[in-house]
Design a protein around this ligand. Structure first.
Ligand code: GLN
Length: 485
């Protein structure tokens, strides 16, 4: 239908809409039909908002007719089910919030709605964003469109799959330790975790507040820049959002890396990294050099501690944030005979195993007598990790690492082995710990399974990251490959 049979990017959709080659109603219908066709195989959506989407599409067509179309007007998007959407169920893929209908929109939704975007639905995730495979969803696992027996990564697995399987033009996810970048890498799409404070967390259901950030998952770097333009910015309702001006990120899309200094942190090329991933990274580094960048090995010696630091800080914050789900104030509520029974059964039935594990870990790390030994110590090492990044960025513009040490693994392979699952994020966690931005872009395939390359920069260096990502993308064909589902 009008050249969109294989799906379109945001910038392509905008062109078609603006030139009136297609209407938003037609475009939205196309995606809703595509969702119906592939959902039985990939299971990316928790809620499809068909009626609402058609209503928004009609409104978008009116704006376009009035000559008021912005770049996102009329473009179908999928939203991770951890972002509050007014009047639309927001479950966090948890039984606890299965029937939660937010009375307000998250800041990013206010911005997307004002830009005229069309939400086609909410997408699956690991419960409360805790996981790396989307298998921790209380509802169902999501399947990787490149191999339906494999995981799409997580926790924003639904967002990555919606984009990779052509169910939405682009998506939003959230990233606490890798949840945008790792699934983007596993599904061969672009995923961006902005600097902490760049995007408002207002209306993002909290997991670990000092690490969480919302960001886009898109088919290419241009779309990523377009979405970043819309969702970034200060918000007085999120005291950690930063009042830095938002540049026009599309201005950094220039395919030239001459003289750019890129560091290759040796600690990220970890033991246990698959040889195929290492080969892809070798080829990617060569390509970056051909584009004019200067690559040098660097060392960030505290990197091996990042995993331990994360698994103390994130569960500690989670245990505090999730205390509100007590059967009285929010969500699922078990009505027993005593207050204790209510509390026990509410939290016992409402949360899945991984969430309970995190709450227990966090409560332990924060308890009197252990606080200094665990939580405080982890915070001190966090500072060292951040300082190490600051230092390396005095000399280098960005760092190049794999997004994950492996290609997508089989569904069920790591489900009962939390430690193996946690290792899936060794390359992405330090970025959240330091609060710096990181992007994952398609970098190649190993036996038809995607590999992502991560680019890390200093605080508020989004433009540099987009520039490196764009130059690499334009010099390669990986982003053009589409999963066949
Ligand atoms: N996989 C990591 C975890 O389980 C990161 C998740 C995330 O970024 N939300 O905590």
């Amino acid at each position: 239908m009008n050249g969109i049979s294989d799906g379109v990017t945001v910038h392509e959709a905008h062109k078609l809409l603006k030139e009136k080659k297609i209407s938003s109603v037609e475009l939205t219908q196309h995606y809703l039909e595509r969702i119906k066709k592939v959902e039985p195989k990939v299971k990316a959506f928790t809620t499809v908002t068909e009626e609402l989407a058609m209503e928004r599409a009609r409104k978008a067509d009116e704006s376009i007719a009035d000559g008021k179309a912005g770049l996102l007007t009329g473009v179908p998007l999928a939203i991770k089910d951890v972002i509050c959407t007014k009047g639309v169920r927001t479950t966090c893929s948890s039984k606890m919030l299965e029937n939660f209908i937010p009375p307000y929109d998250a800041m990013v939704m206010e911005k997307l709605n004002a830009a005229g975007a069309v939400m086609v639905g909410k997408v699956n995730m690991d419960e409360f964003a805790m996981g790396s495979s989307t298998e921790n969803s209380a509802f169902f696992p999501t399947h990787n469109p490149w191999d339906l027996e494999r995981v799409p990564g997580g926790s924003s697995g639904g967002s990555a799959v919606a984009v990779a399987a052509g169910e939405a033009v682009a998506a939003l996810g959230s990233d606490t330790g890798g949840s945008i970048r790792q699934p983007a890498g596993f599904c061969s799409v672009v995923g961006f975790k902005p600097t902490y404070g760049r995007v408002s967390r207002y209306g993002l259901v909290a997991f670990a507040s000092s690490l969480d950030q919302i960001g886009p998952l898109t088919q290419d770097v241009t779309d990523c820049a377009l979405l970043m333009n819309v969702i970034s910015g200060h918000d007085k309702r999120d005291s950690t959002s930063v009042p830095e001006p938002v540049p026009d990120y599309t201005k950094s899309l220039k395919p030239d890396l001459k003289g750019m200094r890129l560091g290759i942190p040796k600690e990220y090329y970890v033991e246990g990294m698959q040889s195929g991933v290492s080969d892809v990274m070798k080829a990617a580094r060569k390509k970056l050099e051909e584009l004019g960048a200067i690559l040098e090995e660097v060392s960030l010696p505290h990197t091996p501690y990042a995993l331990a630091v994360y698994y103390i800080i994130a569960p500690s914050e989670a245990s505090a944030n999730l205390a509100r789900y007590d059967g009285v104030k929010y969500g699922y509520s078990y009505k027993g005979n005593t207050m204790w029974e209510n509390m026990e059964k509410t939290r016992g039935n409402g949360f899945g195993a991984e969430v309970k594990r995190r709450i227990m870990l966090g409560t332990y790390a924060l308890s009197a007598g252990y606080y200094d030994a665990w939580y405080l110590k982890a915070q001190k090492v966090r500072t060292l990790i951040r300082q190490e990044f600051d230092k390396v960025f005095e000399k280098y513009d960005a760092l190049i690492t794999p997004t994950s040490p492996t290609v997508p693994f089989k569904i069920g392979e790591k489900k009962d082995d939390p430690l193996a699952m946690y290792l899936s994020d060794v390359c992405t966690l330090p970025v959240n710990i330091a609060g710096v931005p990181g992007i994952s872009i398609p970098a190649g395939f190993v036996d038809d399974l995607p590999v992502g390359m991560q680019i890390i920069g200093k605080h508020f260096s989004e433009e540099t990251l987009l520039k490196v990502a764009y130059a690499y993308e334009q010099a390669t064909e990986w982003h053009k490959k589409r999963a066949e589902v």
